[in-house]
Design a protein around this ligand. Structure first.
Ligand code: SAH
Length: 211
């Protein structure tokens, strides 16, 4: 198997800007509110801090990422910290291959890496594995973040458009990412979205109704 380009972010010796060595404060607050619960998927988990956070709070947590080096590091952290979080190399565009369903999905800085086509595939892939009533907590770069450093900016309208069928947006709030840059910590404007999986739309009018 060829090593995906994302792996290079984790092999250079310096941590990538998004890897702050601890969970993003926004997700710590969700954990404090008891919202990272049940079977939790950390999608695009990197070196695993959010899956580890969920596991530390009692969730059954799995982190997946395409970068094998990140997954190795996440497994080492779990062992060092004595946490039961599991980590697998997997593509979030094909989550059904995991053969699992989830109550909660954590997306910290994943959604904003995708172009329009992969964004659609990602949301469809999530729909395969999130149970009805399950929730995704998604934090992405915001269109309020000035400049063009870093990932693609996302607007609230784009979030609503991406999750428009089979999902309900429970809320989108302004938040921020902590990032490592030039040896110091700084912030970037983000949107934190809470998105609930709802039963798929009713069959079209005229479809056979159950006898
Ligand atoms: N959630 C982590 C990492 C965010 S950076 C954190 O908060 O630190 C985005 C991550 O998504 C990278 O680790 C990258 O390897 C991963 N990624 C990108 N495309 C992916 C895909 N198709 N499937 C799984 N992981 C992916």
């Amino acid at each position: 198997m060829t090593t995906p380009p994302w792996d290079a972010s984790y092999t250079s010796g310096t941590l990538p800007p998004w890897d702050i060595g601890r969970p993003q404060p926004a997700f710590v607050r969700l954990a404090d509110d008891g919202l990272l619960r049940g079977r939790v998927l950390d999608a695009g988990c990197g070196t695993g801090e959010h899956a580890l956070l969920a596991a530390a709070r009692g969730a059954d947590a799995l982190g997946v990422d395409v970068a094998p080096t990140a997954i190795e590091r996440a497994r080492s952290k779990a062992a060092e910290r004595g946490l039961a979080a599991r980590f697998e190399v997997a593509d979030v565009l094909n989550l059904a291959d995991l053969g699992l369903t989830f109550d909660t999905v954590i997306d910290s800085g994943l959604f904003h890496v995708f172009d329009d086509a992969d964004r659609t595939r990602y949301v469809a892939s999530l729909a395969e594995v999130v149970r009805d009533g399950g929730r995704c907590y998604l934090m992405c770069f915001s269109d309020r973040q000035p400049g063009d450093f870093g990932p693609r900016r996302v607007s609230q309208e784009e979030l609503r458009a991406a999750f428009d069928g089979g999902w309900r947006i429970a809320g989108i709030t302004a938040n921020s990412f902590e990032i490592n840059l030039l040896g110091g910590h700084t912030g970037a404007q983000a949107w934190l979205a809470a998105i609930e999986r709802t039963a798929d739309a009713a069959p079209p009018a005229g479809a056979d109704s159950p006898a």
